[in-house]
Design a protein around this ligand. Structure first.
Ligand code: EPZ
Length: 427
């Protein structure tokens, strides 16, 4: 298995192009199931998860083609067309590798009137049930059956009658599945306490471009008037606000000055506020954000929350950055029950972090030392890379497949700004 070697201590300087958002792309791709016309997505990141989703769509009989991507390009264009569906079953061996596959449930149900999808099971950061996905679809009139590790959803003849559902907790994926099921319903569907992440806005914008009727985009109440059919569209995936935030932490911890090209401040409000509070200079520039360290960072308090709160997907990266701040920072993870697996690995690099349940106290240290470390999940892996960029000596990050799921050509982007980093195949 590949690993990354990082020799820390070099301030990052220059410009990093930010790719298309993984967590938007994974909900835009299944929208192609909602029409038999071509859907073209631009600015798709080259990531293992995107490849996985393309494979899942192919096995339904959806044709996919990649255009205009030279090996040196970041991102690519994919056209998908669901002309003749040959299956509406998402099998276990595909779903278990990528839990976002559950996002085909809503669109398959909307298109075919039935869908059979393997239950995704848990993952490293938590058991991540899908009960809210199912409750929302039932509220719109779907029949849900659970058997032998699969969920089977079916709609009455003539399509989902529609209805209203209030989420007891905010769920990004459940909101996405419900919206994609609702756009072809017979009646009107309403979602209250819906997720408001920018990726949901991206999804609603693509669906609207395909002819869907959605009110309240960007708010916690979405009202969808079902239509008989949707047409194809060409759409550019939004920039990845989590990738941008991750590289911002890397720039800050190394005392660097980096421009994040294509990053959008208005989608990163809580991240920008946290960086600023820690003493990092953040400046909006033409088509991007400039992140400049400003002497030693100050400790801060962070609590993760649904958008527009501080993103849980930024918690591990900020924790790594705050290891080098003056004072003790307090982080509270409210979204997932097991999202501190990076802590023992950071402590092996000389960090001084204590965890008590959902709270972590990060005592700033004078320096860290490189070490062989193990990645456990996508964002934890990035926190180890960020720490390795400041640590004395060499850090070896193993199990790179975690990183490759969410960071397009990470080592090349870091090399662009002067990091001493290389990817090596396992010996
Ligand atoms: C999405 O996951 C993201 N993944 C996650 O990013 C992100 O951490 C998460 O939203 C929160 O922002 C994608 O978009 C592909 P949720 P999702 O449903 O949709 C509970 C990354 O690193 N819940 O908003 O699965 C759940 O257990 C990944 O890029 C239920 O109880 O997250 C969690 O505690 C990691 N029942 C909370 O809600 C349900 O039916 C939020 O989960 C669904 C969720």
């Amino acid at each position: 298995m590949d690993k990354i070697l990082i020799r820390g201590g070099k301030p990052l300087k220059g410009t990093i192009p930010i790719s298309g958002a993984k967590n938007s792309a994974l909900t835009l791709l299944p929208c192609a199931l909602l029409t038999d016309e071509p859907v073209t997505l631009r600015n798709l990141p080259r990531l293992a998860d995107i490849d996985g989703f393309q494979h899942l769509m192919n096995q339904f009989g959806v044709s996919t083609s990649i255009a205009g991507a030279r090996p040196s390009d970041f991102g690519r264009v994919m056209t998908l067309q669901a002309t003749r569906m040959t299956s509406n079953v998402a099998p276990y061996d595909l779903v278990r590798k990528m839990r976002a596959s559950i996002l085909v449930l809503g669109p398959l149900l909307a298109r075919d009137g039935e869908a059979t999808v393997s239950l995704p099971g848990g993952c490293a950061i938590g058991n991540r049930p899908i009960d809210l996905h199912l409750k929302a679809l039932e509220a719109f009139g779907a029949e849900i059956e659970l058997a032998s590790g699969y969920v089977k959803a079916s709609a009455p003849k003539g399509g989902l009658p529609g209805g209203s559902f209030t989420f007891p907790v905010v769920s990004v994926g459940a909101t996405e599945n419900a919206v994609m099921a609702a756009v072809l319903a017979k009646g009107a569907c309403e979602l209250k306490n819906a997720a408001r992440e920018p990726e949901i806005v991206d999804l609603c914008n693509l669906l609207a471009a395909m002819g869907a009727k959605i009110d309240g985009i960007g708010s916690e109440t979405l009202t969808i008037e079902g239509v008989d059919r949707l047409h194809g569209a060409t759409y550019r995936v939004m920039s990845d606000r989590i990738e941008a935030g991750s590289y911002a932490c890397a720039a800050a911890i190394t005392g660097g000055d980096v421009t994040l090209q294509h990053a959008k401040a208005d989608e990163m409000g809580a991240t920008v506020a946290a960086l600023t509070e820690a003493g990092v200079t953040v400046e909006e520039v033409k088509d991007g954000l400039r992140i400049a360290a400003n002497g030693k960072m100050q400790a801060i308090t962070l609590t993760t929350a649904p958008y527009p709160g501080f993103a849980t997907d930024m918690q591990a990266q900020f924790m790594a950055m705050l290891c080098m701040a003056e004072g003790s920072s307090v982080l509270t993870e409210t979204i997932f029950e097991n999202r501190y697996m990076h802590v023992p690995e950071l402590n092996r690099m000389g960090a001084n972090i204590e965890t008590k349940g959902r709270t972590a106290i990060v005592h700033g240290v004078e320096g860290m030392t490189g070490a062989p470390v193990m990645a456990t999940d996508l964002r934890a892996s990035m926190s180890l890379v960020i720490a390795g960029l400041i640590a004395d000596g060499e850090t070896e990050v193993n199990r790179l497949y975690h990183l490759d799921r969410g960071y397009e050509r990470l080592e090349e982007k870091l090399q662009l700004v002067g990091a001493d980093v290389e990817r090596v195949g396992a010996d």
